[in-house]
Design a protein around this ligand. Structure first.
Ligand SMILES: [Zn+2]
Length: 145
């Protein structure tokens, strides 16, 4: 784990462990939500990270399970940095460029969706999100005539 999520002037080598698993949880879908309630040692808000999938040993027909996690922003920076370093080290610059292009594609698509949800006034509370902005449990409608 890095000592800080902020860029350092001097690059410090990281501590790696040799990771193996007999039956890893195979993730097929994920969701995230920025949340000020999720904090690490730093002050930046972290994320809920929801993983959908099943253990690799289970057969295809079985229902997906859901694992709810929270991650500090520093943990996510650590994870993304490790993934990018391994792609660059093992597969080269073109593979990293392709990965980063995919990240940018998903960033743009997610941003468009977030802006749509905001324009529909569905981003303040769960009731608004699920009713297309008609109902609120956050008090938004109470302040409007
Ligand atoms: Zn609301």
């Amino acid at each position: 784990m890095a000592a800080s999520h902020r860029p350092e002037r001097t690059i410090m080598s990281k501590q790696f462990d040799y990771i193996t698993s007999d039956d890893p949880f195979a993730v097929c879908q994920s969701g995230t939500r920025l949340s000020p309630a999720v904090k690490c040692g730093h002050k930046d808000p972290g994320f809920f990270v929801i993983l959908f999938g099943r253990p690799m040993s289970q057969t295809e027909g079985e229902a997906h399970q859901r694992i709810d996690t929270v991650m500090g922003r520093c943990n996510l920076a650590d994870l993304f940095g490790s993934v990018q370093a391994q792609i660059l080290h093992r597969e080269g610059e073109d593979a990293l460029k392709a990965f980063l292009a995919a990240v940018t594609h998903h960033t743009d698509a997610s941003l468009a969706a977030l802006r749509d949800i905001h324009a529909q006034q569905r981003d303040c509370c769960e009731a608004a999100f699920r009713t297309g902005g008609r109902e609120h449990t956050c008090g938004r409608n109470e302040t409007q005539p």
